[in-house]
Design a protein around this ligand. Structure first.
Ligand code: FAD
Length: 400
């Protein structure tokens, strides 16, 4: 390692040691995360101290240019920062669709004015964003979307509805795919708009999920006025922008600093190791049966291979931006998470099925709800089948 990197490592370690609050050096607790905006607050005040310190250094989005709220780190420096954060067990200071999805997309497709207006606000966590893609009749076939934006000279008027809009009830802004031309092939008549969720004509209706929570909504638009300066890229070329954003969503690379430490893979871990969990429920003298042992080892190997591949891909990617291969990560991660939670359930037995009540610990209840919630992970952001289609076509080059 070069002297410059060594010095950066030492300085980073000392700075993190001094500024990372103790409670931010523990595993993320549900309700304590910060995803931007003011409508949904973290229950831990330290989370905001941590966010302020990190964003002042540009370390909520370390690889973004300094003028847009980042620190302009190259891959080598970014990896050092990431390693130091991991060594400390530090939580990501900021998550959400701003830093992981729309921010990286605006870096590529936004006008200078859009970048200056939105990126620093995203980097400092000022606003929370949500994604207006899916519609009741357009999920996997996203390009079939019907929400219409009428061109009214200096603005659009948007009408229609989106569904499964995660976080819409506490988002400040939406990035949204709309139809701007009905008379051309479906992919060629789509545009990409940004608008405030407080715009007149936007209504949000929460949808309750199998785990008892309502993290997503149906969102209705009734003649929502969107100024032309909030169009990203060109009219009728929104499909290109929308697809690029999906690669960021699926990659986990764009937000490696956060994904590694607070993504689904970390959230699903039990508080003790899997063999300890087994001893706790089956009794210290019980032997792991060979089938369960094999399944645990296979699941662990999958995780290790995934992490190494994710890291290698980041190191090899000069541009630090994801490509079609991100569908592989999305697919493998979804399978890993679902398998891991099934294994925990097998170990906990009926204690793993606690919904509420004194018979169950808080961890048992929250893991049961997570097990139910995780059923959706192979659908969210594009289903497993769609990822396999993309891998076949764009990665392996197989014919349609
Ligand atoms: C937890 C969660 C959060 C979400 N958050 C958001 C959000 O914030 N914003 C947003 O816009 N959307 C969001 N979505 C929606 C998500 O993107 C869609 O659910 C997903 O794209 C699938 O679309 P669909 O539900 O309409 O299913 P459909 O497209 O109707 O698919 C039904 C089934 O058919 C299969 N299928 C469909 N087409 C093919 C094909 N060509 N080849 C093989 N199999 C196929 C699918 O794999 C699936 O199993 C979220 C979904 C979930 C579960």
């Amino acid at each position: 390692m070069s002297r410059v990197l060594r010095e950066f490592r030492e300085e980073t370690r000392a700075w993190l040691e001094e500024h990372c609050p103790n409670s931010m050096r523990t595993r993320m607790v549900p309700g304590e995360e910060v995803n931007g905006g003011t409508k949904k607050r973290s229950s831990n005040p330290d989370a905001y101290t941590w966010l302020e310190k990190m964003s002042a250094r540009g370390w909520t989005v370390p690889t973004w240019p300094v003028e847009y709220g980042g620190a302009g780190l190259d891959t080598d420096h970014f990896m050092v920062l990431l390693e130091e954060l991991q060594m400390l067990g530090a939580r990501p200071p900021l998550g959400g669709m701003g830093v992981t999805m729309i921010g990286p997309t605006l870096l590529e497709y936004g006008t200078e004015e859009q970048k200056r207006r939105h990126l620093p606000a995203i980097a400092s966590g000022q606003y929370a964003w949500c994604q207006g893609y899916s519609e009741p009749g357009a999920g996997s076939d996203l390009a079939g979307l019907q929400t219409y934006a009428e061109d009214c000279g200096d603005h659009f008027l948007v009408s229609g509805s989106k569904i499964w809009t995660s976080g819409a009830s506490h988002a400040d802004w939406m990035f949204c795919l709309v139809r701007t031309d009905r008379d051309v092939p479906k992919h060629e008549g789509i545009s990409f708009l940004l608008f405030s969720m407080d715009s007149p004509g936007v209504t949000v209706q929460p949808i309750e999920l199998i785990n008892g929570q309502s993290p997503f909504c149906q969102t209705f638009f009734d003649d929502v006025r969107v100024p032309k300066e909030d169009l990203v890229h060109k009219v009728n070329q929104g499909w290109t922008v929308g697809k690029r954003l999906l690669q960021h969503e699926r990659s986990g690379l764009a937000a490696l600093a956060s994904a590694d430490m607070a993504g689904p893979m970390e959230r699903i871990k039990p508080s003790v190791s899997m063999p300890e969990l087994f001893a706790k429920y089956a009794g210290a003298d019980s032997d792991l049966d060979s089938v369960l042992r094999d399944d645990l080892v296979a699941n662990d190997m999958l995780l290790t291979a995934f992490r190494l591949t994710q890291r290698r891909t980041l190191e090899e990617s000069a541009s630090q931006t994801p490509g079609a291969a991100t569908s592989i990560f999305k697919y493998v991660e979804a399978n890993y998470v679902k398998q891991q939670l099934e294994l925990q359930l097998r170990i906990r037995g009926t204690q793993g099925l606690g919904w509420e009540g004194d018979m169950f610990t808080d961890e048992e209840v929250s893991m049961c709800r997570l097990w139910l919630e995780a059923k959706a992970i192979s659908i969210a952001g594009g289903s497993n089948e769609i990822q396999l289609n993309i891998i076949a076509k764009r990665v392996l080059g197989l014919p349609d």
